[in-house]
Design a protein around this ligand. Structure first.
Ligand SMILES: [Zn+2]
Length: 211
């Protein structure tokens, strides 16, 4: 018969609680954050269409970690995934550019769009290190444009006034509307691809500064 001293029982109890806390925290870490008004829904995995199996690639070698005919990398063979249906307060991405009005003047919009496919390439007329201050929804968020003249920020949907300033340029004020998300948010591990509907959820802005 196994005899356990009270002290040993207490130690085992504490160890068990610590283990449970770790497991719960690890699980929470892989799940996107929930905001007021968000709800979850179980959907067929968007990558395998609910089959749980990686289909054979039509051309070229499979991406790393993908074995055609093996378990789907998106859902690990589970077929279904719990997605978040975002509510009106779930932060949405705002992506944009800060550009020198003169240098950007003759640039067709198509050229800006094609540049968005190559994030490391400098945007024509892109202003590096411009300060952007977003004020709205009771919050104030400050960010800077990066080396290419681009920026991105996650904001609660709604109306914002934006102040844009940079050395050698006049300060500019703009008003923007950040649209609420329409598409579901998939778990991180399966977010390998940005779908067209997720792409459409991004609010895009182009701020032009004059000297
Ligand atoms: Zn899948």
């Amino acid at each position: 018969m196994l005899q356990l001293e009270p002290r040993r029982v207490a130690t085992l109890g504490v160890a068990t609680v610590i283990c449970i806390v770790f497991v719960v925290m690890a699980k929470m870490g892989t799940r996107p954050q929930m905001y007021p008004g968000d709800r979850t829904e179980v959907r067929a995995c968007q990558f395998c269409g609910g089959t749980g199996v990686e289909s054979a690639q039509s051309e070229g070698p499979p991406p790393p970690g993908v074995r055609p005919g093996g378990p789907c990398v998106g859902c690990r063979g589970a077929k279904n995934l719990s997605v978040i249906i975002p509510g009106p307060k779930h932060p949405a991405w705002v992506k944009g550019t800060v550009r020198d009005e003169k240098l950007a003047a003759n640039l067709p919009v198509e050229a800006v769009l094609s540049e968005s496919q190559r994030p490391m390439q400098k945007v024509a007329g892109g202003v590096t290190g411009a300060k952007l201050t977003f004020e709205g929804q009771g919050k104030k968020v400050e960010i800077n444009s990066n080396l290419t003249g681009r920026f991105k920020v996650a904001l609660e949907p709604g109306h914002y006034s934006v102040k844009i300033s940079a050395k050698d340029f006049q300060e500019r004020s703009e008003q923007i509307e950040v649209a609420a998300l329409k598409s579901p948010i998939w778990p991180k591990e399966s977010a390998r691809l940005v779908t067209a509907e997720q792409e459409a959820d991004i609010t895009r802005v182009d701020f032009l500064l004059s000297r």
